[in-house]
Design a protein around this ligand. Sequence first.
Ligand code: BGC
Length: 455
Amino acid sequence: MRPSFKFITAIRRAAAAALVLAALALPACSGGPTETSTIDIIHWWKAGGEAEAIKALLDLFRHQNPTIGVVDASVEGGSFEARAVIRSRISGGTPPDTFQANGGWDLMAWVLYNNKNLDLNKMQQIDDYAQDWIKNVPEGVRNSVSYAATPDDPHVYAVPLNIHRLNTLFYNKDVLMNYHIDPATLTSVDALFTAAESIKQQNPQFTPIALGYGQKQSWTLALLFCENLLVARMTGKAYQDLFLAPKPLDAFTPSVTYALEDLRTLVSYANEDAGDLTWDQAMRRVLKGEAAMTIMGDWAKGYANAQPEHYDGNTFGFMPMPGTAGTFIYTTDTFGMPIGASTDTIKLLQTFGSQEGQQTFNRLKGSISARLDVEIALDDDRRPTYEDFAAASASKMIFPATAILAQQTWIDAMSGALADFVGKFPNGVASDVQHTMDNYSDLLFSSCWPTCLTP
Ligand code: BGC
């Protein structure tokens, strides 16, 4: 899918038509303080930083729209639990008014409900309301919320709120200094392991790399394996090709085998209770000086800044995952409007797409705004991410997260296989994971987003 003026013009044309319909559909504004409707929203932002960010955004909306109620219908747990509720509500015919989905396949699963085309689509097109933000959102993110049944007819199905980097290493500054590790030397996966080994030699009781893949968070293993280790071993482009240009027996290529061995090595430097912790508990250990480093999406930055102790740049540092410098693996959190949603939902999505909404949310979230016209101050700790994103865009080194590129079924299967692999540490069998990857390759070969791979 190439973006473009053609894309924007087609969206505008659709928008003009839809505006008329929307004007007819929206109820007249009451202007009074009484609540006239209620919107329910589901998301999985429960940890520090992310919880504050969505609260601030919904508060902004409530302030702007005092007559519209917002009910946070989210459930306890993380993305696993939230996606299960979203799935059962949409499939059962009682969709929430809006819900969190990563861009790409996570969202498109509802647009291409039969995995092929729009025949069973569950989502409304929101082209007319995209006008405010669409030209300010980078191409990849724009594409991740769009689907074109024919190349000339793209439509927008959700508002992207943010851009997160997934290939990020966080470290405790004092700890690395005390163990005589200069973060500037962490330029490859092997250098990372050398540093971890050195820490272990100096203090066998100390955790060089904190991990947390417990409590139904085996998605963190997919993040480690796909968006960090594979990218480091095979480059971002080759990682992306696994999904957009798959080849038979990809699962058995040497880079995949190496990345699995890297994962085994990583676990050898991790806390023994990694299978019980969540991602934020692992990050907390780094902040408290109980571990040296962790690898996580940069929502961990929002988490650190939201702690009562308010950790800042004196406590922790972050950098691209060793071996992936210059490459930016991104995801985006998006909100769309299922068919049957309350018409006022569009007002919520307008706030989500506005500069003020994105500023309010992303400052707390640790992400940069999906809109690149939202300013980031020079002393904001998201500034390096913003600059890295710009540099990676210029050098064509930005690549989508696995949630964008692959159906959730593929990710769940891989996360399960990886959990099994690390659960048997040190005896996990790499080829078991590779067989799972191979067994689920049909999903990749038959993918119809962004376009059908096979006719
Ligand atoms: C989302 C992030 C979120 C993280 C952990 C990811 O899927 O994109 O916004 O912070 O999950 O909850």
